[in-house]
Design a binder for this molecule. Structure first.
Ligand SMILES: Nc1ncnc2c1ncn2[C@@H]1O[C@H](COP(=O)(O)OP(=O)(O)OP(=O)(O)O)[C@@H](O)[C@H]1O
Ligand SMILES: [Mg+2]
Length: 278
């Protein structure tokens, strides 16, 4: 059984990419085979995982250039984790898709072919409700929505929920809400406590128990191309994302494996294609 989880919120800077990277990482550390799909032209999930997308196929090639999904999946330096990278060219994706038949279904149809090779597929969506995000919502089994503990935290959420309803009605009847994730919480402030209360009142049991605190280490790690576990495994941000993975897996995670591939495997990983390669 594999599961595709889209990380969506059309609002910018709510912690989507940070969540995509670190959830992927901890699921991998739990021994699950995970595919991270970077649907955002900004490519932050790709770089945050330390993956160089140069001369590689991207999700853009799958969506608008007819490249088979198998050709765009690459192993990473992190055990159990593969990626379909993003590329700045994806910016044109919204426009070019307009002329493709069944344009909303491209990602779903391609991921279907490889889904069973992974326990989880995590998709980082861009901050918009355009065609790229619609592709994510159509392909996903469930959607996780990071909400920042800030003023206007729930701004735009009703529009996202409406879009999810439309997608359920027309294209993906089983699309579930995995959960709403409170991010960047500063428990010393009344504002954070108010947002937590408001979100829990509105989403009830759809709110993850895990709350991600504001933690500078989480903001630093991507510039080193590392998931938080490989940057500072004991910081509060790392513990929170481990908790999130456990909440999604519904089990405790015991990390007892070579976390990172050897440098030899690493260079091989960067040249081989996981599924098509040897
Ligand atoms: N828990 C956290 N504590 C501190 N900083 C954080 C935390 N989560 C994310 N950040 C930082 O906040 C910024 C926005 O986070 P992130 O890129 O994950 O959001 P996003 O929703 O993917 O943004 P976009 O909408 O632009 O794609 C980044 O600089 C990130 O490093
Ligand atoms: Mg992002």
């Amino acid at each position: 059984m594999s599961k595709i989880i889209g990380i969506c919120n059309q609002k910018g800077g709510t912690g989507k990419t940070t969540t995509a990277i670190n959830l992927t990482s901890y699921l991998g550390l739990a021994g699950k085979k995970v595919l991270l799909v970077d649907m955002d032209p900004q490519g932050n999930a790709t770089s945050g995982l330390g993956f160089n997308p140069e001369n590689k196929h991207s999700v853009y090639d799958i969506i608008s250039a007819g490249i088979g999904v198998e050709e765009a999946i690459y192993p990473t330096q992190w055990a159990n984790i593969s990626i379909i990278p993003s590329h700045i060219a994806l910016t044109g994706g919204e426009i070019e898709l307009v002329n493709i038949e069944n344009r909303e279904l491209r990602l779903r149809d391609e991921l279907k072919k490889v889904k069973d090779a992974f326990s989880y597929v995590i998709i980082d969506a861009p901050p918009s409700l355009g065609l790229l995000t619609v592709n994510v919502l159509v392909a996903a089994d469930s959607v996780a929505v990071p909400v920042q503990c800030e003023y206007y935290a729930l701004e735009g959420i009703s529009k996202l929920l409406h879009t999810i309803e439309l997608i359920r009605d027309r294209l993906n009847p089983y699309l579930d809400i995995e959960g709403v994730l409170l991010t960047m919480a500063d428990f010393r402030t009344r504002l954070t406590l108010q947002v937590i209360e408001e979100v829990r009142k509105f989403f009830k049991e759809r709110t993850f128990n895990t709350i991600i605190p504001r933690n500078i280490k989480l903001a630093e790690a991507p510039s080193f191309g590392k998931p938080i576990h490989f940057y500072d495994p004991f910081c509060v941000g790392a513990k929170a994302y481990l908790n999130l993975a456990e909440e999604i897996l519904k089990e405790k995670v015991i990390i007892n494996m070579p976390f990172r591939l050897s440098s030899e495997t690493e260079s091989q990983a960067s040249t081989n294609n996981l599924i098509g390669g040897n």
